[in-house]
Design a protein around this ligand. Structure first.
Ligand SMILES: Cc1cc2nc3c(=O)[nH]c(=O)nc-3n(C[C@H](O)[C@H](O)[C@H](O)COP(=O)(O)O)c2cc1C
Length: 200
């Protein structure tokens, strides 16, 4: 019995989204998955590793209401290296996360862009799977999914704080939840495929 390979591909200009990416990886590591982190910054060459992955989790800071230019360059490269090379990511699992300075900050646009990107590659998008929190009188900033996103994991880093303190723990735990959820779904899909193959 093999375990799924979960890769996390992210860009981070100033280190905050990198902290979130590490939290996603830590969540995935709570399962038996093999977990790899790849940073996108300029030319990317880990295509073979991504093609071997069962799940790929995409992460970008929200810059000007969308993904960063560096992450967009990575996405555009996949047109040749993945799509035209044989639809190589079809049927893999995908998910996404983003971090920005404002609580909203138009992060939804970033997550939406990442999910469309995954769909273009024929991937199965896994959402966050947490109810929105911090939206009642008993809620707090310590709640998981305190920012209330559904499509993926969101984090908020105060613009005057460095990555040693931002994003806060609640957002890192939310990211960790996404990583664990994706790795679990990857295992379920793997076991389901093996079961169907044995029955055939
Ligand atoms: C070019 C640029 C554009 C930004 N645009 C947004 C934005 O649209 N919404 C927002 O909330 N924060 C915005 N920010 C703030 C960043 O999202 C925030 O500083 C984030 O923590 C940066 O993540 P990083 O350290 O991984 O690069 C922007 C920052 C930069 C540098």
């Amino acid at each position: 019995m093999t375990n799924p390979i979960v890769s996390i591909v992210y860009h981070s200009g100033y280190g905050h989204t990198a902290k979130q990416a590490e939290a996603v990886a830590n969540g995935a590591r709570k399962t038996e998955a093999e977990v790899f982190l790849y940073e996108v910054d300029g030319s990317f060459n880990k295509w073979e590793a991504l093609t071997k992955s069962d799940a790929i989790i995409f992460g970008s800071p929200t810059y000007m209401g969308c993904i960063s230019a560096q992450f967009k360059a990575f996405m555009d490269e996949t047109s040749n290296t993945v799509f035209a090379a044989g639809f190589l990511w079809k049927d893999k699992i995908a998910a996404g996360f983003t971090n920005s300075a404002s609580r909203a900050g138009d992060k939804s646009q970033t997550l939406s862009t990442l999910s469309v990107f995954a769909a273009q590659h024929g991937m199965h998008w896994v959402n966050l799977g947490l109810p929105p929190a911090n939206n009642t009188t008993s809620g707090s900033e310590q709640d998981l999914n305190r920012l209330g996103f559904f499509t993926g994991a969101a984090a908020q880093s105060n613009a005057d704080e460095g990555p040693e303190v931002a994003p806060p723990q609640a957002d890192l735990l939310t990211a960790s939840h996404l990583g664990e959820r994706v790795a679990t779904v990857a295992k379920q899909l793997m076991l389901g495929k093996q079961h169907l193959k044995q029955q055939a």
